[in-house]
Design a protein around this ligand. Structure first.
Ligand code: ZN
Ligand code: ZN
Length: 238
C-alpha cells in the first residue's frame, strides 16, 4: 500500500515536542510526504499552546516546500461526557480534530463510561479522528467504538507510538488488533499516524503497516493511501 501522509504530529508548541512547523514541513518534503498534518495538543495539556494559538491558525501556509499542510489539534477529552478543550470559537480555523484521552487530562471511567465519552466526543463536528483508542489505560469496547465511528464518518487511529515495540501504552498491540478486526467488520476508516514529537519520526509507520499487512486489512479503509482519500474522509464527517 502507498502511504503518503501523516496528520498526527506535534511541534514545539505542544510543549514537549522539538521542532517548528517549518522544520517539520521540510523534513516531510525530504521524506516524500504528500500531506502533513500538524496536530498540537489542546490547551488542557500542561505546557501546550493556548487556545489563541489554534484560533489564529488561518495564517499558517497550507503548502510548504511542496507539501500540502493541514493544521488541526489533538483535542483532549476532558470529562466522561466527551467534552473537549477547544470550543467552536477557538476551533473554527482548524482543518480537523483528533480527540484523545490522556492521563494528565482525564481519569479513566469504567469501560461503559469511556465508551460514552468517546461517543459524545464523536458528536462534535470538529472531531474527525479518535486518537490512540488502543490505549488500555482507557478500556473501551472497541467493537462498539468502531461501529459508532463508521456511523459518524469518524476515523479510528492506528498509532505507531502505540504499536511499536516498547510502547508505553497499556496492552496497545492486542487492543489494536481487536480494533482492526472491528473496523474491517463495520467498514470503519482507519488513519495510520506516527504521533511524531520530532521531525525524524514523521511517516514512521513501520509497525502499524506491518499489522495491516499481517491482518490483510482492506486497503480501501486506510485513508493514508492518497491525499484525496483523507480529504474525502474529513469531508464525510456525519
Ligand atoms: Zn495523544
Ligand atoms: Zn499526539
Amino acid at each position: 500500500m502507498r502511504d503518503v501522509l501523516d496528520i498526527h504530529t506535534h511541534t514545539i508548541a505542544s510543549g514537549h515536542a522539538y521542532n517548528t512547523i517549518y522544520e517539520m514541513a521540510r523534513s516531510a518534503a525530504e521524506k516524500g510526504v504528500q500531506l502533513l498534518g500538524i496536530s498540537d495538543h489542546g490547551p488542557a495539556m500542561e505546557g501546550s499552546a493556548s487556545k489563541h494559538y489554534f484560533r489564529s491558525s488561518r495564517c499558517i501556509p497550507r503548502e510548504l516546500y511542496g507539501v500540502k499542510i493541514l493544521f488541526g489539534c489533538e483535542l483532549n477529552i476532558v470529562d466522561l461526557d466527551g467534552a473537549v478543550d477547544l470550543d467552536e470559537t477557538f476551533s473554527a480555523a482548524l482543518d480537523y480534530g483528533i480527540a484523545s484521552m490522556h492521563d494528565v487530562c482525564l481519569t479513566s471511567g469504567t469501560e461503559k463510561e469511556n465508551l460514552h465519552a468517546y461517543l459524545k466526543a464523536m458528536e462534535n463536528p470538529k472531531v474527525h479522528v479518535i486518537g490512540h483508542p488502543d490505549d488500555g489505560a482507557y478500556p473501551v469496547d472497541l467493537g462498539e467504538l468502531a461501529k459508532a465511528a463508521a456511523d459518524h464518518g469518524v476515523m479510528l487511529e492506528l498509532n505507531e507510538a502505540s504499536v511499536r515495540l516498547g510502547s508505553y501504552r497499556l496492552n496497545a498491540r492486542p487492543n489494536a488488533y481487536r480494533m482492526l478486526e472491528a473496523c474491517a467488520k463495520h467498514g470503519t476508516q482507519v488513519l495510520v499516524s506516527s504521533d511524531a514529537h520530532i521531525e525524524r519520526n514523521i511517516l514512521e509507520h513501520r509497525h502499524a503497516l506491518e499489522m495491516l499487512r499481517e491482518t490483510a486489512f482492506p486497503e480501501k479503509l486506510v485513508v493514508n493511501r492518497s491525499t484525496e482519500a483523507l480529504l474525502a474522509a474529513l469531508q464525510a464527517r456525519r
